[in-house]
Design a protein around this ligand. Structure first.
Ligand code: MN
Length: 197
């Protein structure tokens, strides 16, 4: 997976976003266990407010823009547009992308934590294999162990008949002990600072 598209879209002498050229693997959460990978959800007040949903896999953050944000209600299907892979150190990015730059506006780290494939036992390689297959096949099931997002979720690629560009997915919560109709996006706070957005 390549960060070429990510880098092409950005002017790094203007934006405070990471260039993706240095490896900052040191910032891994202490909770990390064998099968788990990291995720981040950033709230981004660009020209259109959205949430950036990013899952670590194979050295990058696979990324989707979710206009309404995630929901813990299994009845809600949230549109998630797949966007370019982001560098791993984007996980810690909070700040303001200056006017005139790609994605100009404020970004906070709205949630973060670990995730894994639901049936990956404790085997890291099997976990990654299942996640890669899910991405390829357009049905990605995973368990989130975050501060706000918890339990089992799925990302399902929309049928091409209804999706000309081929980058539309739906993000949904599974029915489990973490499912609730309370809107999780009511919480506007960052999980790494005092910021609210
Ligand atoms: Mn964004």
């Amino acid at each position: 997976m390549s960060l070429a598209e990510y880098q092409k879209k950005r002017k790094f002498d203007e934006t405070p976003e990471p260039t993706g050229e240095k490896d900052v693997g040191k910032k891994r959460p202490k909770l990390k266990t064998g099968k788990n990978l990291r995720y981040v959800v950033q709230k981004h007040k660009a020209s259109q407010l959205h949430y950036d949903f990013r899952l670590e896999l194979d050295g990058v953050l696979k990324s989707w823009a979710v206009p309404k944000g995630p929901s813990l209600d299994p009845k809600e299907k949230r549109l998630a547009m797949m966007v370019e892979d982001h560098p791993l150190d984007y996980m810690n990015f909070e700040g303001v992308i200056p006017k005139g730059n790609y994605g100009a506006g404020e970004v906070i780290v709205w949630d973060h934590g670990l995730y894994h494939s639901p049936d990956a036992a404790d085997e890291p390689e099997a976990n990654k294999r299942k996640l890669r297959a899910g991405l390829r096949q357009g049905r990605l099931d995973f368990v989130m162990l975050g501060k706000k997002l918890k339990g089992r979720f799925t990302l399902v690629k929309m049928n091409r008949k209804y999706d000309e560009r081929g980058d539309s997915w739906l993000l949904m919560k599974y029915e489990d002990g973490y499912a609730t109709t309370l809107p999780v996006t009511k919480d506007r706070s960052s999980v790494i600072s005092d910021k609210k957005l």
